[in-house]
Design a protein around this ligand. Structure first.
Ligand SMILES: Cc1ncc(COP(=O)(O)O)c(C=O)c1O
Length: 460
C-alpha cells in the first residue's frame, strides 16, 4: 500500500484520477444519478457502493454466526471473522506490531474510552485545539471532574490553521504535570485543514500522550502508524465507505495501554470475576475495552470496505478530491453580483495546500449582507442537494469565525439553563454557522458543477 500523508506532490501521477473515479461512480453509485441526488456531505457520512452491499449480503447468507463470546462452532466462526477484520484494520494502518484495535460503535465511542480511562487528576493536563469535534471537546468534562488542568490552543481566523507558537507554549507550560494528554484532529471536519502530524512526535518528545482524532482524515488519506505514532487514534468506518454504520475503532499504541484505567468491567472485558470475593481481573488486550457483544454481523463488512478503498487506490481518491476542491474554490471565488460584490466568502484556507475536500462558506447578497444558512439549505433541499449547515459539532471554529467573545458566551450560559443554537443566535444578535460542502470517495465534477449552478442562483 502506498502511504501518503500531507504531501500532494507525492501522489502517483500515472493515471487520470478523475476518470478512474468517474468510472467507479458510474458502476457503483448509479443510485445517486438515478434518484437525481447531489451528495456533498461526505464528511457527515460516506456512501456505500453496490458491490460492498452485495458482498456483505452474500457473506451473511452463507455464514451462520453466533455470539462470539463462546467456543461453539457458530461462535468460533464469528470470532474468526472479527479477528480477521481486526488484523485487516491493523494492517491497513500499518499498525500490526505496535497497536491494538478496539472495535467501538463509532469515533465518539473510541474517544469516550480515552476520556473515561485516561488518568486525569490534579497532577495532569489536557490540551486540545479550538478546532475539534464535540466528541473530543467532551473529554474535558472527564478531565475537569477529576481536577485536571484543561487548556485550548487557538487557530488563526484567517485560515483556521493552528497557532503553532501558542501550541509550543502550551506544550512546555505543563512540564511538571505527570500525565499530559494532547488531542487534535488530523483533518478538520469543518474547514478541511490538515493539522501538522509532526505535532505528534514533538508533543511526545515533551512527555505528552497524543490522541489523534482521525475520523475526518482517513476517508481520503492514508494514515501510516509506522510514520506517526500517536498513542490513541479514533475512527468511524462509515465515514470511509458508508457501510457498515455503527462500527468504529480506537487504535491504542501498545505502550500506552497500561496508562488507561478502565473504571468498570462488563461482559467480554474480563478474564475472571468473583461475586463472593468481590474481585475481578480485566482482559489484558483490546478485549478490555470492548464492552458487551460486538456488532459481529457487521464488523466483517469493514474488511470489504477497506478492500474497496485499496482497489480504487487512495491516491486516486485523494487526487480527484484535490482537483475538485481547487475547481470549487476557483469557481466560487469568481462569482460576483452585478455590482461586483462577492457572492461567496470561503472560511478557512482559500488554496489547496494541506487541506482536504471540505469547503466552508457563506453566501452574501449584493449589499454584503449574509444570507441565512437555513434559507440556503431550504433551497438546496428542494433541489435534492445534500450539504450541511450550522456549526458541525465544532463550536470552537464557529466561535472564531464569527468573532464571538468569551464575555458574551459566558453571559449567555450564565443566564440560560436551557437553550440551543438558534436561541443563542437570537440572543447575541450575531451571525453564527456556515455552509459546509464536503467531497468524498464518489465525488465527480458533475457534483461540483451542480453546486456552482446552485450558487449562481443567488446572484443578483
Ligand atoms: C473529526 C470528527 N471527529 C469525531 C466525529 C464523531 O464521529 P461519530 O459521530 O461517527 O462518532 C466526527 C463526526 O463527524 C468527526 O468529523
Amino acid at each position: 500500500m502506498s502511504l501518503t500523508l500531507n504531501d500532494p506532490s507525492a501522489l502517483q501521477k500515472e493515471t487520470n484520477s478523475g476518470a478512474v473515479i468517474e468510472d467507479f461512480r458510474k458502476r457503483e453509485y448509479h443510485k445517486l444519478d438515478e434518484q437525481n441526488h447531489v451528495y456533498l456531505d461526505f464528511t457527515g457520512a460516506s456512501l456505500n457502493s453496490s458491490t460492498q452491499l452485495e458482498a456483505h449480503h452474500s457473506f451473511l447468507q452463507n455464514n451462520i454466526l453466533g455470539n462470539p463470546h463462546s467456543v461453539n462452532p457458530t461462535s468460533q466462526l464469528a470470532t474468526k471473522y472479527i479477528n480477521e477484520t481486526r488484523d485487516y484494520v491493523l494492517n491497513y494502518f500499518n499498525a500490526v506490531e505496535d497497536y491494538y484495535c478496539v472495535f467501538t460503535q463509532n469515533a465518539s465511542g473510541a474517544l469516550k474510552i480515552v476520556g473515561e480511562c485516561y488518568p486525569f487528576n490534579a497532577n495532569s493536563a489536557f490540551v486540545l485545539t479550538f478546532d475539534n469535534h464535540n466528541s473530543v471537546n467532551g473529554i474535558r468534562v472527564f478531565a475537569k471532574n477529576k481536577g485536571s488542568d484543561v487548556a485550548y490552543c487557538p487557530v488563526f481566523i484567517e485560515d483556521l490553521r493552528l497557532d503553532t507558537a501558542s501550541m509550543d507554549r502550551l506544550l512546555t507550560h505543563y512540564k511538571d504535570k505527570k500525565n499530559k494528554l494532547l488531542a487534535f484532529p488530523a483533518q478538520s471536519n469543518v474547514s478541511g485543514v490538515k493539522h501538522p502530524l509532526s505535532l505528534i512526535q514533538k508533543a511526545k518528545d515533551l512527555g505528552w500522550d497524543v490522541l489523534l482524532d482521525a475520523a475526518a482524515f482517513v476517508p481520503t488519506n492514508n494514515l501510516n502508524l509506522q510514520e506517526v505514532k500517536p498513542d490513541f487514534v479514533s475512527v468511524s468506518f462509515y465515514k470511509i465507505f458508508g457501510y457498515p454504520t455503527g462500527v468504529g475503532c480506537l487504535l491504542i499504541n501498545k505502550k500506552a495501554l497500561p496508562k488507561l484505567q478502565k473504571p468498570w468491567f462488563a461482559g467480554g472485558t474480563v478474564s475472571l470475576v468473583s461475586i463472593l470475593a468481590d474481585s475481578y481481573i480485566l482482559a489484558d488486550t483490546h478485549e478490555r475495552f470492548e464492552d458487551g457483544t460486538l456488532d459481529f454481523q457487521n464488523i466483517p463488512a469493514v474488511k470489504t470496505g477497506l478492500q474497496q478503498v485499496e482497489k480504487i487506490g487512495m491516491h486516486h481518491i485523494q487526487r480527484n478530491i484535490l482537483e475538485l476542491t481547487q475547481y470549487l474554490l476557483d469557481e466560487l471565488a469568481a462569482l460576483k453580483h452585478s455590482n461586483g460584490v462577492a457572492l461567496v466568502h470561503i472560511l478557512g484556507p482559500k488554496n489547496n495546500i494541506n487541506r482536504g475536500g471540505t469547503v466552508l462558506l457563506n453566501f452574501f447578497d449584493n449589499s454584503e449582507k449574509p444570507l441565512p444558512f437555513a434559507d440556503v439549505e431550504e433551497k438546496a433541499n428542494s433541489a435534492n442537494i445534500s450539504f450541511r449547515t450550522g456549526c458541525f459539532c465544532n463550536p470552537g471554529i464557529d466561535e472564531i469565525n464569527n468573532c464571538l467573545s468569551t464575555g458574551e458566551l459566558v453571559q449567555y450560559f450564565s443566564t440560560h439553563e436551557t437553550g440551543d443554537y438558534n436561541d443563542m443566535i437570537k440572543h447575541l444578535g450575531k451571525m453564527r454557522g456556515a455552509i459546509r460542502i464536503s467531497l468524498g470517495i464518489a465525488s465527480i465534477k458533475k457534483d461540483a458543477d451542480a453546486f456552482i449552478k446552485f450558487a449562481k442562483s443567488f446572484l443578483q
